[in-house]
Design a protein around this ligand. Sequence first.
Ligand SMILES: [Zn+2]
Length: 297
Amino acid sequence: MLGTASQVPTRHRNHNGYLLRWDGEGLLFDPGEGSQRQLTLAGVAANSVTRLCLSHFHGDHCLGVPGIVQRLSVDQVRHPVRAYFPASGQEFFARLRHACVFYDVVDLREQPVAGDGPVAEGAFGILEARRLDHSIDAIGYRLVEPDGRHFVPELLAHYGIAGPAVGELQRGGSISVGGRIVGLPDVSEPRRGQRFAFVMDTRLCDAVYALADGADLLVIEATFLTQDAELADRYGHLTARQAAQVAAECGVRRLVLTHFSQRYANTARYLDEAAEVFAGDIVVAEDLARVPVPRRF
Ligand SMILES: [Zn+2]
């Protein structure tokens, strides 16, 4: 969590910014102003960033792009960095990308998102985008890891498979032990892939549920408390209760509430409101907190 404030940074909260570390990938979501320094405070090198995912072009979700892009250049990051954003904001991205003069050596590959569906696919899984319901074009993301299998230690022991033989079985799909062939299904069980969802500025809409469906970790805006539900609807935002209801209906395992309005002196009530409707794990985000993606066994 690089930053957790909506609209304006506060004494205690930086503008938005979230880095998801996922296998060899570093997905930087919605870097608001100050995200470059927040990376430093978090102890994360700029070259961990492999993808830049923007939900929309309000400042709290993108004013950090110039700093991040220039830092990637200063640090001479060698790998390509993909940038996803709503296609209608191409003009804004171009300005942020070239906001001022710098020695530009970063290999930044723009991939404007024009519709719902997959935007990237790789060993990490599938990154999908969906259009949300905000005052301007906004998209949410989810990352779905492919399902796999995991070894059952008791079954490995039963067949007498240990040490390097386990790797051999994994690579080859079967192995010969004491004259008999043991296949992967004999000693493993299906393991569902992990899922991550990122839902920023939006009213409740079908896309919110589609993105959050079965997420192990859901990072979702909860700009307002229920007392200000009318404001939330007017400006295209969610309340803590709405965000938690989504988590409950979608079978989310860990819910992260963030993007807080500066109107509330403290966020304790966010937890109370969310806990009334969601029984899973709730994290009220704080800057520089690290939140693990719950594992799948
Ligand atoms: Zn915002």
